[in-house]
Design a protein around this ligand. Structure first.
Ligand SMILES: C[S@@+](CC[C@H](N)C(=O)[O-])C[C@H]1O[C@@H](n2cnc3c(N)ncnc32)[C@H](O)[C@@H]1O
Length: 264
């Protein structure tokens, strides 16, 4: 395990400083929710699109050597930015697994010249084909309950074989419906401040960690914000290395870690 950066702590460090302190090939799973250049905060604002992509590709290049050969990488961003990030990862020899669409179930913007935005992208890449993928741990309920109830007793004939539904639900698809933290925190329809512009829903990060790591594995997040990845990792018995450049967010994340973690 890594020797230079304390595990299971949230560090107040710039992403490059943090990644510099992580040994090569020790990270089993990286869950990375970086700036999107949407000007939602000072840390999310870049002078030009080129500056944004220079920054993005630099942290990706600093992160990739830290991933274990069987490791997995998830990167959040807008669909537009993700199209460029995908190309960069492919050029670096990473293996594309999924383009996950997160339907945020939030109020949409007031676009009048195009469709309103209500989604974000999560790119899922691995280093090779031997990555962990615990599909049984992230099954979701079947949609057509009538048909499934019928199939439970009698089965459904498929290609000459009788198929019975899995009691734990169907395999998880690549369109995810999770209400945004902003939406969940609304009171009587009004948005309330969360103290951070873009925290991610804890249940969504838990899905990623359950699927792409095992107990005792090391999870990395170098843009930790309010500490959602650290909390999910700890709850699920994984180790974590997390950091954010903002002392304010790091304090918030450390407090959340104290108050929200009940190990399962
Ligand atoms: C999209 S937010 C992450 C939110 C987080 N996933 C959560 O659930 O709270 C991105 C975070 O990156 C941090 N950040 C921006 N630039 C950074 C840098 N160069 N090094 C480290 N952190 C940075 C910001 O302070 C911000 O908290």
């Amino acid at each position: 395990m890594n020797t230079r950066l304390k595990v299971n702590e949230i560090h107040c460090l710039d992403c490059f400083e943090l990644l510099n302190l992580v040994d090569d090939s020790v990270v089993d799973l990286a869950v990375v929710d970086p700036p999107y250049n949407l000007k939602k905060a000072e840390w999310d604002s870049f002078a030009t699109e080129q500056d944004f992509f220079d920054f993005t590709f630099s942290w990706i290049d600093a992160l990739l050597p830290k991933l274990h050969d069987d490791g997995s990488l998830y990167i959040f961003n807008t669909p537009y930015n993700s199209a460029f990030i995908l190309q960069h990862l492919v050029a670096r020899g990473m293996l594309f697994q999924n383009w996950i669409t997160w339907d945020k179930r939030d109020g949409m913007g007031g676009a009048r010249r195009r469709y309103s935005n209500g989604q974000e992208t999560i790119l899922f890449f691995t280093k090779n084909k031997h990555h962990t993928f615990n599909y049984d741990d992230i099954r979701v309920p079947y949609q057509s309950t009538n048909r499934i109830n019928h199939a439970k007793t009698k089965g459904i004939l498929k290609n000459g074989k009788r198929w019975f539904p899995n009691p734990n639900g169907r395999l998880c698809g690549e369109v995810w419906h999770y209400s945004s933290a902003r939406h969940k925190n609304k009171l009587n329809g009004r948005v309330r401040s969360l103290g951070h512009a873009t925290p991610k829903p804890l249940d969504m990060i838990e899905r990623i960690i359950k699927a792409s790591s095992n107990k005792g594995d090391l999870v990395l997040d170098c843009f930790a914000g309010t500490g959602t990845t650290a909390i999910a990792a700890k709850r699920l018995g994984r180790n974590f290395m997390c950091g954010d450049q903002s002392a304010e967010y790091v304090n918030m994340a450390r407090e959340r870690l104290q108050s929200e973690v009940v190990e399962s």
